[in-house]
Write a protein that binds this ligand. Structure first.
Ligand code: HEC
Length: 95
């Protein structure tokens, strides 16, 4: 009986965690943001300085971010998403 209760509790906790996660749709974890930041510093500072994200407008980022990630830095999809999450977070938009 005790064991069953434990299982139910574990399942509920897992369900709750999933619910919370999907409720914050698009929000990256702080670990993801830290990885995004280090990727940014590492890969985006090769041709030009790794700009202070806030020194460019949201409009400018909308124009250049994806082309930079894909065409210039040639990052894979997963890393690209982490960099995107970091940039938008810094700007205080999207997630
Ligand atoms: C292979 C070299 C190269 C790499 C790597 C690179 N960039 Fe660039 N970046 C450029 C060049 C060249 C320009 C200027 C041309 C233009 O404006 O389209 C530029 C322009 C920019 C601008 C616009 C600057 C402005 O003053 O408006 C931003 C922002 C930017 N890059 C961000 C990034 C980010 C973020 C990454 C990493 C994902 C990155 N870049 C990686 C070459 C690179």
């Amino acid at each position: 009986m005790k064991k069953n209760l434990f299982i139910v509790f574990t399942l509920l906790t897992a369900l709750y965690a999933c619910g919370v996660k999907s409720a914050q749709k698009g929000a990256a974890s702080s670990a993801d943001l830290a990885t995004g930041k280090s990727l940014y510093m590492d890969k985006c500072g090769k041709c030009h300085p790794a700009f202070d994200v806030k020194s460019k407008s949201v409009e400018r980022w909308n124009q250049v971010l994806v082309p930079m990630i894909k065409d210039k830095a040639k990052m894979n999809e997963a890393d690209g998403k982490l960099v995107e999450a970091y940039v938008w977070k810094e700007l205080g938009v999207k997630g």
